[in-house]
Design a protein around this ligand. Structure first.
Ligand code: F3S
Ligand code: F3S
Length: 106
């Protein structure tokens, strides 16, 4: 899977959403999360993020290693589960650690 990391927080450019062929990028509150079971590893989202927040799971920088877990936990913590598309879900309005504990990033 691909993973969204800390640079997305409080930026939420959303260019990644338009690129994803399977609509597996979901909106929390202060960042977006990639569904690890729905992502098909196409990689289309990675180059369009203006703040380089998106990484293949094996390439996530050490300082943001916790975001691999956070992207997965978001879907259990919110109860979103695996609906097979973000469009029908909309904005969850909440985040998981470590995002929820970060000071404003802008
Ligand atoms: Fe965030 Fe970058 Fe997408 S800032 S919303 S991961 S384009
Ligand atoms: Fe979508 Fe990016 Fe995965 S475009 S399929 S979230 S690699």
């Amino acid at each position: 899977t691909y993973v969204i990391t800390q640079p997305c927080v409080d930026v939420l450019d959303r260019s990644c959403i338009d690129e994803c062929p399977v609509d597996c990028i979901y909106e929390g509150d202060r960042m977006l999360y990639i569904h690890p079971d729905e992502c098909i590893d196409c990689g289309a989202c990675e180059p369009v993020c203006p703040v380089e927040a998106i990484y293949y799971e094996d390439d996530v920088p050490e300082e943001w290693a916790g975001y691999t877990t956070a992207n997965a936990e978001f879907f259990t913590a919110t109860g979103i589960g695996s609906p097979g598309g973000a469009a029908k879900v909309g904005r969850a309005g909440l985040d998981v650690a470590p995002v929820s504990e970060l000071p404003r990033q802008d």
